[in-house]
Design a protein around this ligand. Structure first.
Ligand SMILES: [Zn+2]
Length: 111
């Protein structure tokens, strides 16, 4: 009894949401890290402790951790890409859970 459309409703939703996320949005597999730096100018506010804040994306590249600075102008788009990745991760969790349940329950009774 194998039907191609026999995915449970929540899994079907998760699969279509996942393909949407992959399709039409930037998708960035990484985490956000806030940086606080000093620029070196003696009269700057950062010399008095009010450091310049900026964001980096932390990601894995060929097995190594890598930090990439995000220019201010790109922040919004990068944030969106990371949010899409987190949303995809959530949907994948649902798909994974129902997939595993299905495999395990189909095995039942065969042994
Ligand atoms: Zn400064």
């Amino acid at each position: 009894m194998k039907h191609r459309t026999a995915f449970p409703e929540n899994e079907r939703r998760a699969r279509s949401r996942s393909s949407q996320l992959i399709h039409d949005k930037p998708l960035i597999v990484g985490g956000l890290v806030e940086m606080a730096n000093t620029c070196g100018k003696p009269n700057c506010k950062c010399a008095r402790g009010e450091k310049h804040k900026s964001w980096c994306v932390s990601l894995r590249h060929k097995g190594k951790r890598k930090m990439i600075h995000i220019p201010r102008a790109c922040e919004e788009e990068v944030f969106e890409g990371i949010k899409a990745y987190q949303a995809l991760w959530e949907q994948m969790g649902i798909i994974s859970e129902t997939s595993l349940e299905r495999i395990l329950s189909s095995r039942k009774g065969k042994e």
